[in-house]
Design a protein around this ligand. Structure first.
Ligand code: ZN
Length: 242
């Protein structure tokens, strides 16, 4: 059974997890009798796991300092253990990692997102509040997740029309669009972001709809908001069409 939702619901029930706040993932792993080890892993590898009979182990790289990254790595590896049980992620020489396939990686990532940002709790929050980076920051803090991961999760679950665009040097690194009912013409594919990047941080403001939407629909209002990541010289922009 590869259904992460079913596995997570069982975990919530069995370990009485409170999905209204960040779950204590390390404690959960401990309660599940999974050994947790911090060790040096090859560069670029954040975590690994191993299942051998009844013995289960998760390894987190000693290079992972950031709590959000550690939580995600733990949840991802827990996903591998619970979804792909019996699969070995190490070869016989313990730290010689065999890379798994893309599908398994996607499933482990999905498991991690579902566990760390539980759907029903996040939907409740976004239904009760106006969406902005301030709200996304609050959710990120409450669930101990990164702003970016939280922004994507909100866009994934919201029924309004929003787009999250991650950009740098007038180049879109990635974007994520919600399932809102407006058909967004993909104008933002070739959009000029210099206008935004010159301003760095932009509080939410109403802008001309045709800056973001090719169709001129008088029915809608358009809002944009940007956070500038100083260290990375990168930007995340939230566009809302209401
Ligand atoms: Zn993995």
């Amino acid at each position: 059974m590869n259904n992460p939702y079913k596995i997570i619901n069982e975990l919530i029930y069995e370990y009485n997890l409170n999905t209204k706040e960040a779950i204590d993932i390390e404690n959960l792993i401990k309660k599940m009798n999974i050994r947790l080890v911090i060790a040096d892993l090859p560069l670029g590898v954040l975590g690994a796991c191993k299942v051998e009979g009844l013995k289960r182990m998760i390894v987190v790289s000693s290079n992972v300092y950031n709590e959000e990254q550690k939580r995600f790595t733990l949840a991802h590896e827990l996903g591998h253990i619970l979804i792909h049980r019996g699969t070995h992620y190490f070869s016989k020489e313990d730290f010689n990692i065999i890379y798994t396939n893309k599908q398994k990686e996607d499933e482990a990532d999905r498991f991690a997102v579902e566990l760390l940002l539980p759907k029903s709790s996040i939907i409740t929050i976004i239904n009760e509040n106006d969406v902005s980076f301030e709200l996304i920051k609050q959710i990120a803090q409450r669930y101990k997740m990164s702003l970016t991961a939280t922004a994507i999760r909100v866009a994934e679950l919201i029924s309004e029309n929003i787009i999250i665009i991650y950009h740098k040097n007038n180049f879109i690194k990635w974007w994520y669009k919600s399932n809102g009912d407006i058909f967004f013409y993909e104008k933002y594919e070739g959009i000029n972001l210099t206008r935004i990047e010159q301003e760095k941080n932009i509080p939410s403001r109403k802008v001309e709809l045709n800056l973001w939407l090719s169709e001129d629909e008088d029915l809608y209002s358009c809002y944009e908001e940007t956070i500038y990541f100083n260290k990375l010289n990168e930007y995340i922009t939230l566009v809302q069409i209401i």
